[in-house]
Design a protein around this ligand. Structure first.
Ligand code: THF
Length: 274
């Protein structure tokens, strides 16, 4: 995962000091791109241990169209707790927009799979989570926004596009805002996994995952952690094995995924900016 270390080094060297919504302060750049060839292994950061369980459950939760954190909590995943209201609701976030855009029963994932199977040269294979009609009012709390039918948070990974060439499936994500220490390793693994799943159910080989950023930032309270991480040598990438029987994108369950040969350096703790 040289790509990730290059990103960190780039932002540490060239980032501009910038205040942010959470009041933490960041070093930030605007516009950056990483490419991962999925044939070279599964792009899980190896210079700190990542919690794959959270990544897999979060993705399955998005795909269910679920926006209440109870499924995540039942499975020991805490990464969305900070933003949910008392009933565990986040409002119309990712899962809602993916599976039931704007509440209009438009299933973007189902459409995507259909187009990939029937017209893979299409240049319209996009899924958008960015829906201006449900963006939160920043003067209100997360819970107040949810009570008003708005999303607790606007999506960070805002939209993605698929592409097929030479029998290989690639995915490019546009991420408008990227927390380089905590979020980005999750986001890379999540979209890489999703690309493998889509490739399997549509009968393609995995191509590339291309990660394009808007505001890519390092929070000021993550700099020490990232310096420690940069001092570590990246290791061989693991392999992700999917249960080959699954042919329906909505048919995957947690036990259908097996990560082999993941030998990361120890976990590094960091506080999430809320
Ligand atoms: N807000 C901020 N500030 N950063 C983000 O990355 C982020 N997200 C989602 C929504 N808002 C965000 C939530 N995703 C962790 C990881 C991903 C998150 C939120 C938190 C986190 O704390 N990871 C720890 C613990 C992992 C675990 O418990 O499983 C880690 O060490 O990796 C970006 O999409």
């Amino acid at each position: 995962m040289k790509q990730y270390h290059d990103l960190v080094r780039h932002v540490l060297a060239h980032g501009t000091a910038k205040e942010d919504r959470t009041g933490t302060g960041t070093k930030s750049v605007f516009g950056y791109q990483m490419r991962f060839d999925l044939a070279e292994g599964f792009p899980m950061v190896t210079t700190k241990k990542l919690h794959l369980k959270s990544i897999v459950h979060e993705l399955l939760w998005f795909l269910k169209g679920d926006t209440n954190i109870s499924y995540l909590q039942d499975n020991g995943v805490r990464i969305w707790n900070e933003w949910a209201d008392e009933e565990g609701n986040l409002g119309p976030v990712y899962g809602h927009q993916w599976r039931n855009w704007n509440g209009d029963e438009i299933d973007q994932i189902k459409e995507l799979i259909h187009t990939l199977k029937t017209n893979p040269d299409s240049r319209r294979m996009l899924v958008s989570a960015w829906n201006p009609s449900v963006l939160p009012d920043t003067s209100k709390s997360f819970a107040e926004n949810v009570a008003n039918g708005k999303a607790a948070l606007p999506p960070c990974h805002a939209f993605f596009q698929f592409y097929v060439a030479d029998g290989k499936l690639s995915c490019q994500l546009y991420q408008r805002s990227a927390d380089i220490f905590l979020g980005v390793p999750f986001n890379i693994a999540s979209y890489a996994l999703f690309t493998l799943m889509v490739a399997q159910v549509c009968g393609y080989q995995p191509g590339e995952f291309i990660h394009t950023f808007g505001d890519a930032h390092i929070y000021n309270n993550h700099i020490e952690q990232l310096e420690l991480q940069l001092s570590r040598e990246p290791r061989k990438l693991p392999k992700m094995i999917l249960n080959p029987e699954v042919k329906d994108i909505f048919g995957f369950v947690f036990d259908d995924f097996r990560l082999e040969d993941y030998n990361p350096h120890p976990h590094i703790k960091g506080v999430v900016a809320v």
